[in-house]
Design a protein around this ligand. Sequence first.
Ligand code: SF4
Ligand code: SF4
Length: 173
Amino acid sequence: MESAAKTIQPSQIFSVAKTKAAENIFFKKYLKQFPSAQIDPMVHQLYAEFTAKIDCTACANCCSYLEPGIDEAEIERLATCQQLDPVDFKRAHVAFDGEALFLKAKPCMFLQEKKCGIYLDRPQACAAYPHLEQENFKYKRNVWSNYQVCPIVFEVIEKLKKSLGFQYEQKGI
Ligand code: SF4
Ligand code: SF4
């Protein structure tokens, strides 16, 4: 029986991703020759494959290191969950970066032992993470930035490299 291939450990992803930074610049350029109509179905299939293999409840990197976007309706909903006034909740837990509102605590204030304590009420930004179901994968900067955080994104991109015959040779100094 074929043994299951190992996937990157959540705790190792930051250091491994750093070593792949130059390679990924070349891969992004390499991807440009392929149409989104070819790439996107591959990404969607790989996303399904690695979502089944990687246990998010043993990871929680996204909830630990990112700040999810949130809108006014979600602020009101989460404040109600916490039995807080939405204005007080916003003042204490939400920040604005000039473009969007986001939950500012890292790790997220709702994270409980690697699980979301408000799973059914979580913001849309969390539900949609890691955004691999979007179209035009090769142009999505938010997805590429998740390579260093999310094991699913990391594995999808690594397998995509193999599937597309991408090869990278590091030049010596
Ligand atoms: S709201 Fe839940 S899913 Fe979203 S970052 Fe916080 S713990 Fe994670
Ligand atoms: S979505 Fe990615 S970063 Fe978040 S818990 Fe799952 S594997 Fe980890």
